[in-house]
Design a binder for this molecule. Structure first.
Ligand SMILES: Cc1cc2nc3c(=O)[nH]c(=O)nc-3n(C[C@H](O)[C@H](O)[C@H](O)COP(=O)(O)OP(=O)(O)OC[C@H]3O[C@@H](n4cnc5c(N)ncnc54)[C@H](O)[C@@H]3O)c2cc1C
Length: 289
């Protein structure tokens, strides 16, 4: 299908993008990589009258390393995140998630800011954004806001972003010591979107027990979620195979699973316990090494 007619303008800076959003209000949408918005427009599921292209704002495309976190600019592409040595070293689950998105064309154009603002329930990043307790930095007419990941993804394609705000960056806290992370997923074969994706962030204490375990799950419910029951069952305990298996039985919590042509709700719920365990095993092995 063909999108309805729309106007198009290019923002040269973050301030200009915010001013343009303010000026055009509900009629306008931000265009980043276009790999979610343009398909939505072609299907007429989105019908903006004005596109504000932020794709040339180079100040939004970067990966910066600080002592306790990694900051990723909103316009950083999936490919840049996948291939960043900083992300691979400090938050490998995020680089793994990026590397498993769609295909090379999608990864070359799609951006992390676009992905999390779009909040597709099957998107890969949200599992890791939640597991890392990342913070989404937004900017709007009233200035900047820092939104914890736990408060950012509200529902199906719905986030805490105000209509006149843009995502500026994401801060991903990182741990020192015997810590690591991993992301694994079952992908929908045609698009690569997650039928179930799980991200684990762990830290082992000197005795080898889990001082920290966080698990984010995507693709299963209306929005990504944390497997809090599993996290509680693991805290302070040595991660034996038996413990991991038992703890992951509770990984889906009370989530209401999606049921569609790709997978039934029952199958998705079953995948959660399997993929949560696989992500934990991979992260724990990395932390141990
Ligand atoms: C064939 C195909 C396969 C795909 N497979 C996967 C997959 O396996 N896993 C996966 O996670 N994703 C997948 N995607 C989606 C892809 O990752 C998109 O790139 C991503 O979801 C959106 O990023 P974008 O930069 O393209 O955003 P756009 O399409 O430009 O924008 C998406 C939405 O976010 C808004 N937006 C964009 N940037 C900002 C910003 N900085 N601040 C506020 N709002 C903003 C736009 O207004 C729009 O509403 C796939 C897409 C395609 C076409």
């Amino acid at each position: 299908m063909i999108a309805q007619q729309f106007d198009y303008t290019v923002a040269a800076s973050v301030a200009e993008a915010v001013a343009l959003l303010q000026k055009h209000g509900d009629r306008a949408r931000i265009l980043a990589g276009g790999h979610s918005l343009i398909p939505m427009m072609k299907l007429r599921l989105a019908m903006p009258e004005m596109l504000i292209d932020i794709g040339r704002i180079t100040e939004l495309s970067y990966i910066k390393e600080e002592s306790s976190y990694v900051q990723i600019g909103a316009l950083t592409t999936h490919h840049a995140i996948e291939s960043s040595v900083i992300v691979q070293r400090r938050c490998p689950a995020l680089s793994e998630a990026a590397g498993l998105i769609g295909d090379i064309q999608v990864r070359n154009k799609g951006t992390i800011g676009g992905s999390i603002a779009h909040a597709d329930p099957a998107a890969d990043y949200p599992a890791s954004i939640l597991a890392f307790d990342a913070v989404v930095i937004t900017i709007g007419p009233k200035g900047e806001r820092q939104i914890p990941a736990s408060q950012f993804f509200l529902d199906l394609m719905t986030t805490a972003l105000e209509p006149n705000e843009i995502v500026r960056a994401i801060n991903v806290p990182t741990r020192t010591g015997r810590s690591a992370s991993a992301y694994v997923k079952m992908a929908q074969k045609a698009s690569g979107f997650a039928i179930c994706g799980a991200s684990a962030v762990v830290e082992l204490d000197a005795s080898g027990a889990l001082a920290h375990a966080a698990i984010g799950v995507t693709g299963v419910g209306n929005r990504a979620f944390r497997a809090t029951e599993t996290e509680k069952a693991l805290h302070g305990r040595k991660p034996t195979a038996e413990l991991l298996r038992a703890a992951c039985e509770k990984a889906a919590g009370g989530v209401s699973a999606l049921d569609d042509i790709h997978a039934s709700a029952e199958y998705r719920l079953d995948l959660v316990r399997i993929f949560a365990r696989r992500a934990l095993e991979k992260a724990i092995e990395r932390a141990g090494n």
